[in-house]
Write a protein that binds this ligand. Structure first.
Ligand SMILES: NC(=O)c1ccc[n+]([C@@H]2O[C@H](COP(=O)([O-])OP(=O)(O)OC[C@H]3O[C@@H](n4cnc5c(N)ncnc54)[C@H](OP(=O)(O)O)[C@@H]3O)[C@@H](O)[C@H]2O)c1
Length: 292
């Protein structure tokens, strides 16, 4: 794909740009000539992107769960791009709250939905005036859990399923304005997201009564093993989907990006009990003793 100038490509904003899929996308979009606004939460991360990728990157400091910081970010980007607006918004920031639903404190479940759903809506609202100017494109990063709920990832599954429905509605609502919307469902990628979720689960479990934890101990061990054994891919395949959606004249509404994601459509069609059985087996839970 030929490199074009920033004036030809236009400007994009990507959230969650400090690492993982977001940082890989920043690198590629910059290479392709986009003017990249990189949403980060720490100024040191913004400086690192400029140092490690390119001084052309413009870091924008904001937390997608903080309305005031989103408004400030929108002001900064508006001043920078003016009437030209934004050709793309990639809602990529995200996190995983893992564990059985009975054991997750409700403040953690709220955080899961705040980041993975409400944050993306808030950012989209704030940047829509700029996207309208350029008839831009919105890309939301979901996950296979948005299509098929996974056991012990119930909070994540609920949040990504909500994001899928919000995205479907948004696509129709924005069509009259010439703004297109895609959703990407990446498979298991090599990023820090699983390490972070395991560390955070470890922390909130310390607040739980021991006897409750004991009930779930065999299942927690099996799930930890299954997650550790996942075959992780490089995020390049997700970046390729982001690039396609931002550069194609007819972006797809939905992208499956990565190994195994094609199975999701099949799993959805199966009767509930059959799907439950397959998923339990995949998580190493098929032989978990029935607790009386
Ligand atoms: N990796 C996978 O296997 C996989 C699979 C399916 C879907 N996804 C999705 O892909 C997206 C990117 O994940 P990743 O794997 O690249 O994980 P990652 O490396 O952990 O990146 C997540 C990014 O989101 C940012 N973030 C988290 N909470 C935020 C908040 N409140 N405000 C602003 N930014 C926030 C993080 O910022 P800090 O660095 O400041 O914490 C980080 O930069 C997520 O939406 C995830 O659900 C990933």
């Amino acid at each position: 794909m030929a490199t074009m100038t920033q004036a030809q490509r236009g400007a994009v904003l990507i959230t969650g740009a400090a690492g993982g899929i977001g940082m890989a996308a920043v690198r590629r979009l910059d290479e392709l000539g986009f003017r990249v606004f990189a949403g980060v939460r720490k100024s040191s991360d913004g400086e690192r992107l400029q140092r490690e990728i390119s001084a052309r990157i413009t870091p924008v400091l904001f937390d997608i769960t903080d309305d005031a910081s989103i408004a400030q970010a929108a002001e900064i980007v508006t001043r920078a791009v003016g009437e030209v607006g934004l050709v793309g918004l990639v809602n990529n920031a995200g996190m995983i709250v893992e564990g059985p639903l009975e054991l997750i404190p409700t403040d953690e479940i709220r955080k899961q939905f705040e980041v993975n759903v409400i944050g993306h809506i808030a950012v989209t609202q704030a940047f829509l005036p700029l996207l309208r100017k350029a008839k831009g494109h919105i890309v939301n990063i979901s996950a296979p859990t948005g299509q098929v709920a996974m056991p012990y990832l119930g909070a994540l599954s609920g949040s990504k399923a909500a994001l899928e429905f919000v995205t479907d509605a948004l696509r129709s609502e924005l069509r009259p304005f010439g703004i297109s919307v895609s959703i990407i469902e990446p498979g298991a990628m090599q990023t820090d997201i699983f390490k972070k979720s395991a560390a955070s689960a470890q922390q909130f479990r310390q607040r739980l009564p021991g006897e409750l934890l004991q009930l779930y101990a065999p299942a927690l061990a099996a799930v930890a093993k299954a997650l550790a054994n996942q075959r992780l891919e490089s995020p390049g395949v997700v970046v390729a989907a982001i690039v396609h959606s931002l550069t194609s004249r007819s972006p797809k509404t939905r992208y499956l990006a990565g190994r195994g994601t094609g199975m999701i459509a099949v799993l959805r069609l199966l009767p509930d009990h059959v799907r439950d059985g397959l998923l339990l087996r995949a998580f190493g839970l098929a032989n978990t003793r029935r607790v009386s």
